[in-house]
Design a protein around this ligand. Structure first.
Ligand code: 6PG
Length: 486
């Protein structure tokens, strides 16, 4: 019997989709799912798709492993967390040296870092591959971000690139990201940016709701218009669809959906990493906190009753609001991507991954959830200046911000006056103001730290890295707390 080119473990939505995609590209695929007491996922899969296609179904892990061509390539599509460790433990005794495990779930990059070392210590290879694109992407082409055992890349490159989405120029949305947990780190930042994009679109929708009396179809039309220009992206496109969607009773479903947002953790992980690495990531942080705040529904209802405010009235002409909301969304999106890429830049240095930021922007141009027109100029900027510390320093971004700044400011003035929360638009503008302010009030913070804790400070009239302590009250002495970390 011909051995399979690759095996897929886990036949939930993503695993099933990727298995079908692999077979569709001409590969022989073995599939395995752990047996359930009540039903057989594998049997169901084989009944549904097995006929006349290059699939072998297994409920016995050993037989599954033995059905694979060596070096074996096994794509694990199981729930991130301990389930991945359990599958690795079950597999290792069945594998032979040089076999390759690929984790295509949303694993935490630190887990992947550890698993790469562990699996390599057993003589096999381990790849942590971020896969974005949901069910549609899994089936027809996802954006794939593999990292880990670099030696295994040449052996899986063709397979992964063939099932990846293709950008407009035909290039596959799958490139080697780097060692250790680099692939899952980059997928984590992708998801963080996804959170911020969604929050920004939600804020735009929120203001539009108060501005337009045309209801959901009118709002959808604006998003459709925007999807033809600089804001063109998958998330804007699906937003228009969502706003037009009616339920079985003929009502707009969006108006029936409870305003409580869920989350599985990748946005939060991005913020934790940003804090660890000292990179401001306020857009993603705001998006995570807004989901948190949304989930305190009862508290919000109580607070809203206690602080009754006038309903917002945006009396300005729709054409003016249209442009102001558009420009605020665009500017804030620029800030969000700037922060996300700055985080990857810093992580690359810190973890010695040598991330190619231009390549990352390119593999995000299709297949993934954050695919957007904005990624093309970002790729071009990093092509010409690979180590650019902050995208706002590029002349292209400077021009973009210059154009939209007046409308961005104007909208924030109006939303503040009209009691309308747009925290991500505001966080973005404040980041922009802070970044472009030569002298921030951090001198006062330093003085306070030195006053109460002798934490020392540097002086504007002395070279950097000379540290001073002041006897602020006349009662202190020369003892100080040591050098601070900036
Ligand atoms: C993707 C998505 C996906 C993620 C969902 C839900 O790239 O295909 O990012 O990986 O699981 O978007 O994430 P939350 O439940 O955290 O919103």
């Amino acid at each position: 019997m011909k051995k399979s080119d690759i095996g897929v473990i886990g036949l939930a939505v993503m695993g099933e989709g990727l298995a079908l995609n692999l077979e569709d590209k001409g590969y022989h695929v073995s599939v395995y799912n752990r047996p359930h007491p009540s039903h057989s996922v594998v049997q169901h899969f084989m009944q549904e798709y097995g006929k006349g296609r290059r699939f072998e179904g297994f409920e016995d892990l050993k037989a599954f492993v033995q059905s694979l061509e060596r070096p074996r390539k096994i794509l694990m599509m199981v729930k991130a967390g301990t389930a991945v460790d359990q599958v690795i433990e079950q597999l290792l005794p069945l594998l032979e040296s040089g076999d390759i495990l690929i984790d295509g779930g949303n694993s935490n990059f630190e887990d992947t870092e550890r698993r790469v070392q562990y699996v390599e210590s057993k003589g096999c290879y381990y790849i942590g591959a971020g896969v974005s694109g949901g069910q549609e992407g899994a089936l027809h082409g996802a954006s794939i971000m593999p990292g880990g055992s670099g030696k295994a890349w040449p052996q899986v490159r063709e397979i992964l690139q063939r099932i990846a989405a293709k950008a407009e120029d035909g290039s596959p949305c799958c490139e080697w990201i780097g060692g250790g947990g680099a692939g899952h780190f980059v997928k984590m930042v992708h998801n963080g940016i996804e959170y911020a994009d969604m929050e920004l679109i939600a804020e735009a929708y929120f203001v539009m709701k108060q501005t337009l009396n045309t209801g959901n179809p009118g709002i959808a039309t604006w998003f459709e218009e925007w999807n033809k220009g600089k804001l063109k992206s998958y998330l804007i496109e699906i937003t228009a669809d969502i706003l037009r969607h009616k339920d079985t009773e003929g009502n707009f479903l969006i108006d029936k959906i409870l305003d409580v947002a869920g989350q599985k953790g990748t946005g939060r992980w991005s913020v934790i990493q940003a804090m660890e690495l000292g990179i401001p990531l306020n857009l993603i942080a705001t998006a995570v906190f807004q989901r948190d705040l949304s989930s305190h529904k009862d508290l919000r209802i109580t607070a809203a009753r206690k602080y009754k405010t006038d309903a917002p009235v945006f009396t300005h002409k729709p054409e003016i609001m249209y442009q102001e909301i558009h420009d605020s969304l665009y500017a804030s999106k620029i800030i969000s991507y700037t922060q996300g890429f700055a985080l990857m830049q810093q992580a690359s240095e810190h973890f010695h991954w040598e991330l190619n930021l231009a390549a990352i922007a390119r593999i995000w141009r299709a297949g993934c959830i954050i695919r957007a027109a904005l990624l093309t100029p970002i790729a071009e900027i990093f092509d010409s200046t690979p180590h650019l510390e902050n995208l706002l320093l590029s002349s292209w971004f400077r021009e973009q911000i210059r154009e939209v700044l007046p409308n961005w400011k104007a909208l924030l003035i109006k939303t503040t006056r009209e009691n309308t929360a747009v925290p991500a638009f505001a966080a973005a503008l404040n980041y922009f103001y802070s970044l472009t302010t030569q002298t921030l009030p951090a001198n006062l913070i330093q003085a306070q730290r030195d006053y109460f804790g002798a934490h020392t400070f540097e002086r504007t009239d002395r070279p950097r890295n000379e540290f001073f302590h002041e006897d602020w009250t006349g009662e202190g002495n020369d003892t100080h707390a040591g050098i601070y970390n900036a």
